[in-house]
Design a protein around this ligand. Structure first.
Ligand code: BG6
Length: 475
């Protein structure tokens, strides 16, 4: 039997994000954000809002983010539950438009700051370290309308102003920060990921990679600002992770997987190494991208992150001949169906060993501490007649993934912690549904926004509580 033990200071956690949980979308001075513009029933991955998204909301439509699970008013109750669960770290994000309602103001909204201070103090009351993402798929609508979001470099200044306010105002309360959630998702879901809409006939790649350049400069300058505020701060990047398997050993499939891996890790290569990778020149040429890089940008990129965080839900599978293969429809990242893997109710491949593979590959490539900040199963849950929720499928999924994670740690991978997505049910990022549930705590709310919002612990709550207590020995 293995003698391997998870280190005592390992950060077991649970996560939510502001736009999927808080609601209170116009309260106490908050401005509208990109996600607030997306009504129920539209795939978040495929928003076609035209040239300028329409900020006039449709009175007859239902917008899931407007109330979400109302964490804004339930945060004390919810954090008490997370304290009971025994979390060492609670991951959330700050809603940028709660601090800067339009995005380009000089001064922040003090009521927004007060809210997050209360949240972080409450976390500390239960001994939970907050891990905070500055930008989790949200951007103030004012920045989209006025500047076209990240396609305009003026947004870098707005972001840095916002980031500096966060580091200053939450100093002493928050030690762990992330700049952008799943920064590579801008390639696949540009509007919901980064507020980017396209004009007719535009070269999408040109817009996306120029925006990505601005985001990478902004991320690096935020790292600099964080360390200037407090050298003890640990700030990381965040990747939508999952290795790209070749569909077969046909060298063409293998080459396709190498290319997709580079495309995916492009952002992390910059954030960790501090410069554009060697393959970028040819990649841009093939995608007909010509980056506008201004004086000082390349120097700014040298401020590299302290650790690499990532989400892991599934591995991906690619082929040189994608068109003639069965697509894996559920995946946000285009992928073909892997015949070796089962899928979730939403068609996401289930591949625990893929987590070990991903961790080994990331660590081999970067030799920096890793942090799993999202892993979990989106599933429908039923309340039994006795009021319990027997989510054994979720326990089984997590058990297998934690097992694979431990194997990777034993392989020598340095891992700071493991965070489950999500610790409480919330609105799905890709579909806007409530019925795609991930939590240890059930929230009574349906896809149309009906329900009492009452919270109820699932079977997995008690299971994860034991896992944390035994530091991963009990699975
Ligand atoms: C990640 C996001 O992509 O996956 C989360 O960071 C998201 O915001 C999670 O909720 C699961 O995806 P979904 O679409 O099932 O909510």
């Amino acid at each position: 039997m293995s003698k391997f033990r998870i280190p005592e200071d390992f950060l077991w956690g649970g996560a939510i994000s502001a736009n999927q949980a808080e609601g209170a979308y116009r309260e106490n001075g908050r401005g509208i954000s990109n996600i607030d513009l997306i009504p129920h029933g539209i795939s978040r991955m495929d928003v076609k809002l035209g040239k300028v998204p329409n900020p006039v909301l449709d009175k007859n439509a239902y917008y899931p983010s407007h109330e979400a699970i109302d964490f804004y008013h339930h945060y004390k109750e919810d954090l008490a539950l997370m304290g009971e669960l025994g979390l060492k770290v609670f991951r959330t994000s700050i809603s940028w438009s709660r601090l800067f309602p339009r995005g380009d103001e000089e001064q922040p909204n003090l009521e927004g700051i007060a809210f997050y201070r209360n949240v972080f103090k409450e976390c500390r009351k239960y001994g939970m370290e907050p891990l905070v993402t500055l930008c989790h798929f949200d951007i103030p609508e004012g920045l989209i309308r006025t500047y076209g979001s990240w396609r305009n470099r003026k947004v870098i200044d707005c972001f840095i102003r916002y980031a500096k306010v966060c580091f200053r105002e939450f100093s002493g309360l928050v030690k762990y920060w992330l700049t952008f959630n799943e920064i590579n998702i801008v390639l696949h879901s540009p509007f919901s990921g980064a507020g980017i809409a396209f004009e007719e006939g535009e070269n999408r790649n040109q817009v996306i990679y120029q925006a990505a350049h601005h985001m990478l400069v902004a991320s690096a300058l935020a790292v600099k600002a964080a360390h200037e505020q407090d050298p003890e701060i640990k700030i990381g990047c965040m990747l939508a992770g999952g290795s790209f398997y070749p569909y077969s050993c046909n060298p063409k499939d293998v080459w396709e997987s190498v290319k997709k891996e580079q495309e995916n890790l492009f952002f992390i290569d910059v954030q960790v190494r501090g410069h554009y990778p060697s393959y970028a020149g040819r990649m841009f040429e093939e995608k007909k991208v010509s980056l506008k890089i201004e004086d000082g940008d390349l120097e700014a990129l040298r401020y590299t992150v302290d650790f690499i965080s990532f989400s892991y839900y599934a591995s991906r599978c690619v082929s040189a001949d994608m068109e003639n293969k069965t697509a894996n429809d559920g995946n946000v990242v285009r992928s073909v169906k892997n015949p070796w893997l089962q899928t979730s109710q939403w068609g996401w491949a289930i591949d625990p060993l893929g987590l070990r593979t991903t961790m080994n590959q990331l660590y081999d490539r970067y030799q920096k501490p890793l942090f799993i900040v999202e892993n979990g199963l989106g599933s429908k849950d039923e309340i039994a007649e006795d009021g319990t929720i027997q989510d054994d499928y979720r326990i089984d999924y997590l058990k297998q993934h934690i097992g694979a994670m431990k194997e990777a740690m034993e392989d020598g991978v340095e891992l700071m912690g493991y965070i489950v997505w999500s610790c409480i049910d919330l609105v799905s990022a890709s579909t806007g549904e409530m019925s795609k549930r991930y939590g240890f705590v059930y929230v009574d709310r349906d896809d149309e926004g009906k329900g009492s919002l009452q919270r109820r612990k699932k079977k997995s709550f008690y299971w994860y509580q034991k896992v944390i207590k035994d530091n991963g020995e009990y699975l």
